[in-house]
Design a protein around this ligand. Structure first.
Ligand code: MG
Length: 340
């Protein structure tokens, strides 16, 4: 393996089959960058930069500016000195480098000239959580996903009025088969009172034995700025809390850990930053993690699932059950990179 790489990149746009609605608003088009590194022996590594700026990463424009200013030949030093201000770029370049160099997992990845999509199928040792549509639509969609084999679901809350969502929630938990796991994701959209109401509702249902399903956790109930309140809420209820937006990047993850967070950490590898530094952090601190998608393509997903398989603790389902939000991607990829 040599130290110099030819660097090429292509921006992409993919439309969601259905608009993704969260407390942050509607999301209709996923935009990102596919990159390719080729070493002097012709070995190829693929990477993907899939930022979500409203979640805490750089913007797509910042990532594109970074790619445009790089020379056509780059070195490992370039890859490992990308600024912490560009976490999605750190992930994209470093995972392309790992793909090309094979890493510790053997070097089959480096032999593909074309990414082989049939090899990018779900990692069989991992459980998947499927994302339900927000609001009442969840009541109509879980069954299809159940038939596909999903047993853990995530439902967005903090999107509609809390009284309406609590009603839908009660229908949902009595409709889902017993022992289904359900995650509630507020995307930081609840007030302190609303967060308490959701946590108390989940706790009470459990105490009264009225809960046929398992509420695994409530994710990011409060905005990023209200970390202290979440730290206080966590031990006050039996229902667990997971941080997501609060730990979007490695810097935030380390800061929350240092300030005492020992609950669940949702990790989105696509925007968290350097995979090697993430590995070190998770191995050193043995944190309770849930790995989750950023609606990336199969390129970033492969690298993200590799990290999830290596680093997941407590056998928690990973949040990559999102295929139903996009069309099949193989044809799309070949049209993007038309010299393949
Ligand atoms: Mg979330």
């Amino acid at each position: 393996m040599t130290n110099d790489y030819r660097f090429e990149f292509r921006p992409y746009r993919r439309r969601f089959l259905r608009s993704l609605t969260t407390n942050h608003g509607n999301w209709d088009i996923r935009e990102g960058i596919i990159l390719r590194l080729t070493d002097e022996s012709g070995k190829v590594g693929w990477g993907e930069i899939a930022p979500i700026s409203w979640f805490g990463s750089e913007t797509l424009e910042q990532a594109l500016d970074f790619c445009h200013q790089l020379p056509a030949e780059i070195t490992e030093e370039t890859i490992f000195s990308i600024s912490d201000e560009l976490p999605a770029c750190q992930f994209g370049f470093e995972s392309a480098w790992e793909w090309g160099s094979g890493g510790d997992e053997g070097d089959e990845g480096g032999n593909f000239i074309t990414p082989n999509f049939s090899l990018l199928t779900p990692h069989s040792s991992l459980l998947y959580s499927a994302l339900l549509p927000s609001g009442e639509a969840a009541l109509n969609q879980w069954e299809t996903l159940w038939e596909q084999g999903y047993r853990t679901f995530k439902w967005k809350i903090g999107v509609y009025a809390i009284a309406d969502e609590l009603e839908i929630f009660k229908s949902l938990i009595h409709t889902l088969p017993a022992f289904t796991k359900l995650r509630l994701d507020a995307n930081g959209g609840l007030s302190y009172e609303e967060a308490n109401l959701w946590l108390r509702t989940c706790d009470n249902l459990k105490v009264n034995g009225e809960l046929p399903v398992i509420i695994e956790f409530i994710e990011q109930p409060l905005p990023v700025g209200q970390f202290q309140q979440m730290l206080e809420l966590s031990p006050s209820y039996e229902t667990a809390i997971a941080l997501d937006e609060s730990v979007a990047t490695l810097g935030q993850l380390a800061a929350c850990y240092q300030q005492g967070w020992r609950g669940i950490f949702v990790i989105k590898p696509g925007i968290v930053g350097s995979p090697s530094r993430l590995r070190k952090f998770c191995q050193q601190h043995k944190i309770d993690t849930v790995f989750s998608s950023v609606f990336e393509t199969a390129i970033a997903r492969l690298a993200a699932l590799q990290l999830a398989a290596e680093l997941s603790q407590n056998n928690r389902a990973i949040g990559f059950g999102i295929d139903h939000f996009f069309e099949q991607e193989e044809t799309w990829f070949q049209s993007l990179w038309n010299d393949l």
